[in-house]
Design a protein around this ligand. Sequence first.
Ligand code: SF4
Ligand code: SF4
Length: 172
Amino acid sequence: MTIDFEFRKQVMDYHIGSDLIKYCYQCSRCSDNCPITNVTTDFYTTTGYNPRSNILNALLGYKDAIFDADPLAIWGCTVCDTCDEVCPQNIELTEIFTLLKNQSVADGNAPEFIYSQARAIFEGGKAIPISHTGKGPIGRRREQLGLPPVADPDVYEFQTLLKNLGVDKKLK
Ligand code: SF4
Ligand code: SF4
């Protein structure tokens, strides 16, 4: 296993909220309390989503161990923040996991549903296209409740903002 020092530095720099780097001592409290680990890990084979392993590999700079693994290793996290709450070292795990997800997207290796949802947002300004206006079911229900129609987003303005951030270049 090779150490990627640049990646390791990125992880350290990204670990905000701490003047002093507080190293993980692998107590496993994050994994013990993670709801995704709970439903994906086979106790006997220890496969599945494991925030403790991700943190260890990230802090040591073992980039390959993270990015060459099953995409679940990164994308299993739902950012529920439980691990952040329970870590005795106050490591902001979810900040580091966000870095891993961003890197996965930039490398073009994120799961397809991430790109398709990002495309939907880019093209229509909504993650899940629904009809607020007109005579769709939601529009009718709003009308019955005396609510005004929801204005459609300004897609042009939205896309301009996303292009300035370079999001369009990351969409497959
Ligand atoms: S990240 Fe925190 S909770 Fe998880 S193993 Fe390391 S010290 Fe323990
Ligand atoms: S934030 Fe992610 S890694 Fe942490 S407990 Fe929730 S699902 Fe697990």
